[in-house]
Ligand binder design. Sequence first.
Ligand code: FAD
Length: 492
Amino acid sequence: MVKVSQAYDCDVLVVGAGPAGSASAAHLATSGHRVLLLDQHHFPRDKICGDFVGPVGLLELSRLGISEQAIESQTNIINYASAFLENRELVSATIPEITGFPTHGRVIPRLLLDNWIFQKAADAGVEIREGYRVTAIHKDKYGVTVTAKANKQTFYFRTRLLIGADGSNSMIARAVRGYSPPDKDRIVAVRAYFEDVDGPQDRADLYFTKTSFPGYCWLFPTGEGRANVGVGVAAKMIPASKLGLKSLLLNLVKTDKVLHQRLANAQLSSKINGWPLTTYDHHLPVTSDRVMLVGDAAGLINPLNGEGIQYALLSGRWAAEAAGKLLVDDNLSQAALNIYVKQLEQELRYDMAVSSLIVQVIRNRTFNPVWLRALEIIGAAARQSPEYTSITGGVLAGLLPANDLLSYRIIGGTLKQAALSLGVDTVAHSVSRPMMALHSGFDIARGGVSMGVETLQHYRESIEWGQDVVKGGSELVVNVYQDLATRYGSTR
Ligand SMILES: Cc1cc2nc3c(=O)[nH]c(=O)nc-3n(C[C@H](O)[C@H](O)[C@H](O)COP(=O)(O)OP(=O)(O)OC[C@H]3O[C@@H](n4cnc5c(N)ncnc54)[C@H](O)[C@@H]3O)c2cc1C
């Protein structure tokens, strides 16, 4: 039986002090609200991550008072990114120039990054409890009672509004939705640190290989010869991969020539640790009465590049801005909190839908020859056109703050070319007609039969995959329509 006390311990209780939770807590406390922040760990604490923070994330950090001047001596600058396919350079691109944003990224070990944001929350007047693991929530008409365990004791906290910022395995999201996100929306990734790494310190590397696709391996230099090296893949591949992620990473370090060259004199200086990423599905609610989800808890990961820090910081601020207004009138119903959902949808849904569709498509490894050929074509085009370089380099490396319609055109066109160059007519036909969404997924699956017996062996999974592609494709069409309608008024 949950004890319900009527006195509030705070206006807003935030669960999880990662970038999303600490940012939302700091913003709310700065605007005068009483905020309590709970985390199961004690800070500074590490978090398994690639540590790359792009221009958008850096701008959000400066909004929290963490300026570039303050962090430059402790973090490594990234001026450009290179993508390699089977030991050949596909594309090298500097960080695209976008007005108002820095023209570089930074690799910031999470031990430092999260602690800086956490300290900003403390400085803003947030009350913090470390070592408190939230185990249950109980909502009623007037507030939320949160149960937490610390030092083998149970504590209850009463709040007017609860923000769930407890990461990709969020218990608050499960409590709100009643279920966990499906595996097809998940990416799994491992990372390790290496010392004495060769090569340019200001270059972020992405390595695409047959063995790691659909997914990629990265090397992000953290400065002074160290680097964060990892690999991430779609959690649900067709057919499933037999190689574990740790073995895959060690195997790539040995077999990928470019990666091997950079690590020829290097030593592994950490364990190889893994963590799941949950990608955005706009069908899943991110609010309910008196509850909001932010960051990974809301699935705000770009499924194409695994980037989530910028979305954690952005959603933390947007949630704080929306909640700040609603707390004043104590109107915290799901309908009222919809202003936050609308902002998420306006700013991110379209980009996430494009990226999601691409991941849904490429998770069928039966078609790896098409996808890898598509990458080659993107690389070849990028070497010839600066605009293409900037867009594809930015999208692949996650350095652009937003995709636009062009991304879909580029990728759709590229897949068509790839399919044609491989002589797979059905695939070409399917990808060239995204509007005929009902048929495209199925046609791709049928077309794949000519690529080998694997599709037949995984026929059922392939059909399901085709249906997912259809779903993603139709949503994309809806999103494109809505995007155009917002930008240009009625599209009729
Ligand atoms: C291998 C890997 C590589 C990645 N690389 C990058 C990258 O290079 N760039 C990038 O932008 N993104 C990257 N990401 C994604 C990025 O790590 C996340 O998007 C980001 O951490 C999200 O921040 P968050 O605040 O939402 O959640 P988190 O950072 O996960 O923070 C959640 C917090 O909640 C706490 N918590 C959880 N459950 C409870 C509970 N029950 N009670 C109390 N506290 C709780 C945790 O202790 C934690 O401190 C990567 C992810 C992985 C797994």
